[in-house]
Design a protein around this ligand. Structure first.
Ligand SMILES: NC(=O)c1ccc[n+]([C@@H]2O[C@H](COP(=O)([O-])OP(=O)(O)OC[C@H]3O[C@@H](n4cnc5c(N)ncnc54)[C@H](OP(=O)(O)O)[C@@H]3O)[C@@H](O)[C@H]2O)c1
Ligand SMILES: [Zn+2]
Length: 337
C-alpha cells in the first residue's frame, strides 16, 4: 500500500510517498480502507521535529490520527464491526486496566497514547475504537471529527459551558477553534474569537461566531473583549501569552480549559488575579469515545456541519501541511488516500 510517510523531520518537505506492506489485523483489530484522514497540528509538531514522541530513529513514520473509511478485514474475536462497515476511528489508545480506565473518563488513562497511521491507503486499528458512520454523513466530514471536535467538545464539558455563556476562543480559525465555535453555538452559548486574518474571521462568522476580533496583539485583543464584557469560559489551545489574556477577560469564577501550546509552551499568570477572582484553569486532552459518538449524532441531527477547508490526494499530503503551517485555511485539512 502507499503511505504518506515522514522521512525527514524538517517540515512539509519531509513527507514522501512510500510503499509499505499492507497490514493484516491481529486479534481484536480491523483494517480500514482509508477514505479520509484529517491532519492536525499534532502531526505538524512531529513533522517539524518538535515532538518528544518521534525522532530520527522512528523514520519513516506514518502519522495521521483521524481516520474514516470502510472496514476491509477483521481479526479474531471482533464482533462489533464487519467488512464493508463505514467507520470513523476514535484515536484514543488506552490500557483498559488502570484506575482511570476502570473509573473513567478513559482519556485520563495513565498509559494514554494516540493512534498514528492514517496517512496511508490502509490503517490497522483497534476494532473497539471504531464508531459507525451513518449513511448520511460523508467520510471526509467524519474524518474531521475525532481530534479537533472531540477535544473542543470535551473542553466545553470541562468548563461547564451553559446556554447563554460567553466563550472566548483565541485562534478561532483552525481545527479546535472552529470546532469550539460550532459546538458552543449548538449548545446555545455565544462565542468571541480572534484571528490574524479578517477574511478567515468572515468565514467563521458564517459558521456561528458571534464576535470576531482581528489582531494578534494581546493588549488590543484584551480591550476588544472587555468592550464586549467578561467571558464565562475560555478554550485555550494557543498557550503562551494567550493564557494571561484569557484570565484577564474571564469573569470572577470563570473557567479556562487548556489543550495546546501553538503560541508557546510556557505561560506566566498573575497569581493574585487567579485566587482573588476564584478562576479555574483546567488541563484537557482529547475526549472520550462517548464524546465522539455524541458529536457524530449532533452532525447527523443537523446541529452543525464540520468545516472542511480543503481535501488533498495522498501524494499532496506535504501541501496540506504547508497550508497548515502558513495559516492559510479555515477548518480542517483532509487527505483522501
Ligand atoms: N491536548 C489535546 O488533546 C489536543 C487536541 C487537539 C489539538 N491540540 C493542540 O491545540 C492546538 C490547535 O490545534 P489545531 O489542530 O486546531 O491547529 P490549527 O488548525 O493549526 O490552528 C490554527 C489556529 O491557530 C492560530 N495560530 C497558529 N499559529 C499561531 C501563533 N503562532 N500565534 C497565535 N495563533 C496562532 C491560527 O491563527 P490565525 O487565524 O491567525 O491564522 C488559527 O486560528 C495545537 O497546539 C494542538 O497541538 C491539543
Ligand atoms: Zn488505562
Amino acid at each position: 500500500m502507499r503511505t504518506a510517510a515522514f522521512t525527514d523531520l524538517t517540515g512539509p518537505d519531509g513527507v514522501s510517498i512510500i510503499e509499505q506492506s499492507t497490514p493484516e489485523p491481529e486479534r481484536g483489530e480491523a483494517t480500514v480502507a482509508v477514505e479520509a484522514a484529517a491532519i492536525n497540528r499534532h502531526d505538524l509538531w512531529i513533522l517539524d521535529g518538535d515532538s518528544a514522541m518521534v525522532d530520527a530513529d522512528d523514520l519513516p513514520f506514518v502519522s495521521g490520527l483521524d481516520v474514516a473509511g470502510t472496514v476491509e478485514t477483521v481479526g479474531e474475536g471482533v464482533t462489533g464491526v464487519a467488512p464493508g462497515d463505514r467507520v470513523v476511528l476514535c484515536p484514543n489508545e488506552t490500557c483498559g486496566t488502570c484506575r482511570y480506565c476502570r473509573e473513567g473518563p478513559e482519556n485520563l488513562c495513565e498509559n494514554f497514547a494516540l493512534f498514528h497511521g492514517g496517512l496511508a491507503e490502509t490503517a490497522r486499528v483497534r476494532a473497539d475504537r471504531l464508531v459507525a458512520v451513518p449513511d448520511d454523513l460523508g467520510l471526509v466530514e467524519a474524518a474531521a471529527l475525532p481530534t479537533a471536535y472531540m477535544t473542543a467538545y470535551h473542553m466545553l464539558r470541562r468548563i461547564d459551558a451553559d446556554p447563554g455563556d460567553h466563550i472566548f476562543v483565541p485562534g478561532v480559525t483552525g481545527g479546535v477553534g472552529v470546532a469550539g465555535v460550532q459546538l458552543a453555538d449548538a449548545l446555545g452559548a455565544h462565542t468571541v474569537g480572534t484571528s490574524s486574518s479578517r477574511s478567515k474571521l468572515d468565514r467563521v462568522e458564517s459558521l456561528g461566531l458571534d464576535h470576531a476580533i482581528e489582531g494578534t496583539d494581546p493588549e488590543g485583543i484584551r480591550e476588544a473583549v472587555e468592550a464586549i464584557g467578561p467571558v464565562d469560559g475560555v478554550l485555550n489551545h494557543l498557550g503562551g501569552e494567550y493564557t494571561q489574556l484569557g484570565f484577564d477577560v474571564l469573569r470572577r469564577g470563570g473557567r479556562m480549559a487548556v489543550c495546546g501550546r501553538t503560541a508557546g509552551g510556557r505561560s506566566e499568570i498573575d497569581i493574585p488575579d487567579l485566587f482573588l477572582g476564584h478562576k479555574r484553569v483546567i488541563g484537557s486532552t482529547m475526549g472520550t469515545q462517548g464524546d465522539l459518538e455524541r458529536i457524530v449524532d449532533l452532525v447527523v441531527e443537523g446541529a452543525f456541519t464540520p468545516e472542511i477547508a480543503a481535501t488533498y490526494p495522498l501524494d499532496e499530503t506535504g501541501a496540506a501541511f504547508a497550508a497548515m503551517q502558513n495559516r492559510e485555511r479555515v477548518g480542517k485539512l483532509v487527505v483522501t488516500p
